[in-house]
Design a protein around this ligand. Structure first.
Ligand code: ZN
Ligand code: ZN
Length: 360
C-alpha cells in the first residue's frame, strides 16, 4: 500500500473510532500529507465511503500527477460548494468533521449553509497526530533538507561575516540554499549580531556585523516539502569572558538535552534538563523560550516542547533542541539541532560544527 493510501486508511480508522462520517481537510500540510497534493488551493475530503482531493483548474494537471490515493475533482475557484457536496456524499449518516484550527468563522458559516442540515463537528489535530511519527521516507527527506542547510551555511560563513550586513548574509543563505538543492527556506533566516542577538526572533538589519561579538544564525531548508531547522552562533573575533561563558554554557545545556532525548521522556522534562543546566550556570531567567518544537511539513508542529508540555516522546518524532541565553543590550547565543527520536536516543540530522568558531 502506498504511504498516502495508508495515511488515508488511518484517518478512516479515526473517523470510525470517533463516530464521524467524513473529515474535510483544509490545512495545507495535512492535505499534502494525506494526498501528495502541492498547491495553494486544495481540500481533501476523507469519508468512510471514499476520499477525494478538490482543487481548481489552475492545478488540474499537477493534481492528477501528484495524487494517486484519492479521486481528483476539479471545482470552481471558490471550492466551498464542491467541498460541501463531496463531504455530504461521503459522510453517510455520520457527522462531517472540519478542522477547527484551520477554517475561518466565515468559511464555517458558508459551509454549514450548503450541507442541508447535515451535522458538523469541529475537530482539532486529527491529522497532525498521525504526522507526529515520521516514516522512513519522511526521515530520509528531512536528512536531505538538513544536509542542504549544512552545505549552504558552510558556504556563506566561509566567506566571512564581519563588515557585511545581517541582511546581506541572510540573502546569501537564501541563494546558497537554492543552489544546494533546497526548494525554499523553512522560514526567513535570522542573522543577529551583538546586542541584536539577544532578541531570539530578530529581523536581519542593515548595520555591518561588528568584530569581537557573537552572531546568531538560525536557518532551514525545505526539500520535498519537509523543513530543516538549525541555529549556530559564531564569534567574530576574540570574545569577552562573559560571552565565552554563555557560549560554553549553552553548548553544555544542549549536549545534556540531546543526551536525554529518547522515547518515554516528557517534553517538559527534557526542557527542564537544559533549563536547569543554564540556571545552575548562573543564567536562569535568560532563556525565555521553550527548548524546541516539532518539525516536518511545517516548521513548527507537534510535539510542542514548551515548558509544561507533558507529551511523551516516541521513536519517529522529529523535534528541535534549541537552548539559548540572551543578555539584553549585549549579545545572545542559541544552538539548535533538529533530531529524530530513535528507539534508544536520538539521531542528529545536521552536522554543522558546534565548537565555538571564530569567523571574521
Ligand atoms: Zn531555528
Ligand atoms: Zn526552531
Amino acid at each position: 500500500m502506498s504511504a498516502h493510501r495508508a495515511r488515508i486508511s488511518a484517518v478512516r480508522e479515526r473517523l470510525r473510532e470517533q463516530g464521524l462520517g467524513a473529515l474535510v481537510v483544509t490545512q495545507t500540510a495535512n492535505v499534502r500529507y494525506l494526498t501528495g497534493y502541492v498547491g495553494s488551493n486544495g481540500t481533501a475530503v476523507v469519508g468512510l465511503e471514499g476520499a477525494v482531493l478538490l482543487t481548481d483548474s489552475r492545478y488540474a494537471l499537477s493534481a492528477r500527477e501528484q495524487v494517486e490515493a484519492a479521486e481528483v475533482l476539479i471545482g470552481s475557484r471558490d471550492l466551498l460548494g464542491d467541498i460541501a457536496t463531496a463531504a455530504v456524499a461521503r459522510a453517510g449518516e455520520g457527522p462531517i468533521a472540519i478542522e477547527a484550527d484551520a477554517v475561518t468563522v466565515d468559511w464555517h458559516e458558508r459551509f454549514c449553509s450548503r450541507i442541508d442540515g447535515h451535522p458538523v463537528r469541529p475537530v482539532t489535530g486529527l491529522v497532525q497526530e498521525l504526522r507526529l511519527i515520521k516514516d522512513t521516507d519522511e526521515i530520509g527527506t528531512m536528512r536531505r533538507a538538513a544536509a542542504v542547510a549544512d552545505r549552504a551555511l558552510a558556504r556563506v560563513v566561509g566567506r566571512g561575516l564581519v563588515g557585511r550586513s545581517e541582511r546581506a548574509v541572510a540573502f546569501e543563505i537564501y541563494r546558497a540554499v537554492l543552489e544546494e538543492g533546497g526548494e525554499d527556506l523553512s522560514f526567513p533566516t535570522i542573522v543577529a549580531a551583538g546586542p541584536r542577538g539577544a532578541r531570539p526572533h530578530a529581523i536581519p538589519g542593515d548595520e555591518p556585523i561588528p568584530p569581537d561579538t557573537l552572531v546568531v544564525i538560525d536557518m532551514g531548508a525545505i526539500v520535498d516539502g519537509y523543513c530543516s531547522d538549525m541555529t549556530r552562533t559564531y564569534a567574530t573575533g576574540p570574545l569577552p569572558e562573559r560571552l565565552r561563558e554563555i557560549y560554553t554554557l549553552c553548548h553544555d545545556a544542549q549536549r545534556a538535552a540531546l543526551a536525554a532525548t529518547r522515547p518515554g521522556i516528557a517534553c517538559a522534562d527534557l526542557d527542564a534538563v537544559a533549563r536547569d543546566a543554564i540556571e545552575a550556570g548562573g543564567y536562569g531567567g535568560h532563556f525565555g523560550h521553550g527548548l524546541g518544537h516539532g518539525g516536518g511539513l511545517e516548521i513548527h508542529e507537534a510535539p510542542g516542547g514548551r515548558p509544561g508540555d507533558r507529551r511523551v516522546l516516541a521513536a519517529g518524532m522529529a523535534i528541535t533542541i534549541e537552548p539559548g541565553i540572551y543578555l539584553e543590550g549585549v549579545a545572545g547565543v542559541r544552538i539548535e539541532d533538529l533530531v529524530i527520536v530513535t528507539e534508544d536516543g536520538c539521531e542528529m540530522i545536521s552536522t554543522s560544527p558546534k565548537d565555538l568558531t571564530v569567523v571574521d
